[in-house]
Design a protein around this ligand. Structure first.
Ligand code: DX5
Ligand code: ZN
Length: 220
């Protein structure tokens, strides 16, 4: 079995010391950088945009997993590829023509991800699951870091894992929101492949050790 991946969410980093925090992740046991782009329309918050991602890409030496919480994401697929994204995740709720969007992401050489809000059933993805490289299950309502994990997520992960297996798909499952050392192992046991962690990593006293611990716990 391949090992569980850890993706620290840069949203919780210290933006006045961004280079330091990026280098910390570079040196850590983390697998990916998780980058949250919010437009103030799809979600009630604005995070950061292209110039900041460009600066992150210049220092980051790991996979860049970009999570777009924006309306009409098709407008910026090419831009995010040029900015160094390796995986581009769009929200199901923001895409009228999801199949077309997935093809457009792949045409730019990126892996295609689809995020689902907590209220959205996994069943809406059944007919495109084989076209999706990663499903990101939101375990909080998107828009903010530091929120409480929604317990219903475990059941959703189990159902999604079943759906992926039943369809012979090769889709990864990512969990985003409220991930800590308390729920990490249960999420992996339920079928998660990638754990995003923002506050739990960056607000801890020793982020490097926190990432290492999360990696260990998730792979027990
Ligand atoms: C929420 C973002 C998350 C967030 C996770 O809208 O998509 O990636 O940064 O932060 P924590 O781990 O603090 O819940
Ligand atoms: Zn995210």
């Amino acid at each position: 079995m391949s090992s569980t991946m850890i993706a620290p969410s840069v949203l919780a980093a210290d933006f006045a010391n961004l280079q330091r925090d990026i280098e910390m992740v570079n040196e850590s046991q983390a697998d990916w950088f998780h980058i949250d782009i919010m437009d103030g329309v799809f979600v009630p918050n604005i995070s950061f945009g292209m110039p900041v991602l460009k600066a992150i890409s210049e220092h980051a030496n790991k996979t860049i997993d970009t999570h777009l919480m924006i309306v009409d994401p098709d407008r910026y697929i090419k831009t995010f590829a040029e900015l160094g994204s390796n995986i581009l995740t769009v929200h199901y709720e923001a895409c009228t023509h999801l199949h077309r969007t997935l093809q457009a992401i792949k045409a730019e050489g990126m892996k295609a991800g689809v995020a689902l809000n907590p209220h959205t059933s996994i069943t809406v993805l059944e007919d495109v699951i084989r076209d999706i490289d990663m499903v990101c299950l939101m375990s909080v309502n998107p828009g903010f870091g530091g929120q409480k994990f929604i317990e219903q997520t475990y059941e959703k992960v189990r159902k999604l894992r079943r759906m992926i297996n039943d369809n012979d798909a090769n889709t990864m499952i990512e969990i985003d929101g409220g991930v800590t050392d308390v729920n990490a192992k249960n999420l992996v046991d339920a079928g998660a492949d990638v754990l995003v962690a923002g506050s739990f990593v960056f607000k801890s006293a020793d982020p490097l050790t926190t990432i290492a611990d999360l990696k260990t716990i998730s792979n027990l």
